[in-house]
Design a protein around this ligand. Sequence first.
Ligand SMILES: C[S@@+](CC[C@H](N)C(=O)[O-])C[C@H]1O[C@@H](n2cnc3c(N)ncnc32)[C@H](O)[C@@H]1O
Length: 280
Amino acid sequence: MTDLKSFNVQSLGDAEFEYFRNVVYRESGIRLTELKKALVQARLIKRIRQLKLSGFEEYCEYVQQHYHDELENLINCITTNKTDFFRENRHFEFMKEHLIPLWCEKKKRRIRIWSAGCSTGEEPYSIAITMREYFPNIDSADVKILATDIDTDVLEKGKKGVYSLEAIADVPLPMAKKYFLRGSGDNKGFFKIKDSVKNLIYFRRLNLLDETYPMKGKFDLIFCRNVIIYFDKETQRKLFDRMFDFLSDDGFLFLGHSETLTGLTSRFALVANSIYRKVV
Ligand SMILES: C[S@@+](CC[C@H](N)C(=O)[O-])C[C@H]1O[C@@H](n2cnc3c(N)ncnc32)[C@H](O)[C@@H]1O
């Protein structure tokens, strides 16, 4: 009580905002325009409270003094993690109707999928459920889904694989019954993804801005949805140059429905709305 009372955060000043936005841009590629000032202010207050600091000026000094230790927390506060199960469902329909049949036709038994910017896990779990449902004899195949994000808090949530009833509302009921365990006691109202789905996924921290990525081998399918909207054109261009190298020649790239490669790169060809293939 006393903590909150004595905690009188002044509003975020221009100089501090400038500092935070420069750090965030440099370290994550996330571009914060002037319009995002109120958002940054709201997001940082929680962290300032946690650290029991007096306000933004003191937090700014704190970041400068503990730069490498605090960076992760700062970025975790700033990222926007909105996601849903089977969000932009057309991509999962495309997997079911085109990709999986194509892989079956080619007798592919080794499939690698990357969810880049996976947030709290709903996207990779939707991919894994789709693979479990429609890829024949998946247990005897070699299927792996890499789920990466810069934000370590969302990765922890994804790894746990526990969601509220509200969060799983977009999972078709037969799939929810098949792939989630209903919590009881303290976990009442929560649903845990089953190991048969979870075991297909590897959650790892990866900053898409990094000069090199640690993955070996190429992916048959890359989901990079609703991530590049936070980046400027130059960052986007570099990212897709890198993704080009990580996509197999017959692989597919999915972007968010409002995102496009038009005017950015001609190394990918549009197959359907927000679905791309490599030009080889
Ligand atoms: C809006 S969410 C999208 C989640 C999911 N792909 C979807 O479409 O539902 C964007 C995610 O991108 C992540 N992100 C932002 N900048 C990133 C970076 N430089 N490297 C990796 N992930 C990043 C954020 O942490 C966030 O979880």
